[in-house]
Design a protein around this ligand. Structure first.
Ligand SMILES: [Ca+2]
Ligand SMILES: [Ca+2]
Length: 161
């Protein structure tokens, strides 16, 4: 009888641990439009000029917690404000995702010659400091590298605007 109770206790313990692991790795947000890196909590491939409300409409939030978008200084953004690279999607329990706007490396929400220059500098000097969200913004072909292919893609984008 003692043995049975011990086995039950051990099984309950294992179940408890599994539940904990599952809870901490749960996804708060999913999207069919945006790419999401769950491990490091990044949401990327967000188009330039996307307002907060438009962003939410392409997001499925798997949580009953309230959430908002904040800028990097911690100010809550209004529904019609446009996203910039570095904005945060934050839930009430402080879980957060960093947002990366495609091709907006310098975090002003627009794709301009300044972003092109920043990408070019980083390609010429791979040791140049760059945030992960800016890196994701610049990696147009999703090969985890910033190369002349990404530069060409941004050039085309700016010229065709
Ligand atoms: Ca920019
Ligand atoms: Ca690339």
């Amino acid at each position: 009888m003692k043995k049975v109770i011990s086995v039950i206790i051990i099984m309950m313990f294992i179940l408890f641990i599994c539940k904990e692991i599952y809870a901490t790795s749960s996804n708060y947000a999913t999207s069919s439009k945006y790419k999401i890196n769950e491990e490091n909590r990044y949401i990327y491939t967000v188009d330039a000029s996307t307002p907060v409300l438009g962003f939410f409409s392409n997001l499925t939030v798997n949580s009953s917690l309230t959430y908002h978008v904040y800028d990097k200084d911690g100010n809550k953004k209004a529904d019609d404000q446009k996203l910039v690279t570095g904005d945060l999607l934050m839930f009430k329990n402080r879980e957060q995702y960093v947002i990366s706007v495609t091709k907006d490396l310098n975090c002003d929400g627009k794709v301009t010659i300044s972003d092109l220059a920043k990408l070019q500098r980083r390609i010429l000097n791979p040791y140049e400091e760059i945030s992960t969200e800016s890196f994701l913004a610049g990696d147009s072909n999703f090969d985890d590298r910033l190369t002349v292919s990404d530069l060409a893609s941004m050039q085309r984008y700016i010229l065709n605007k």
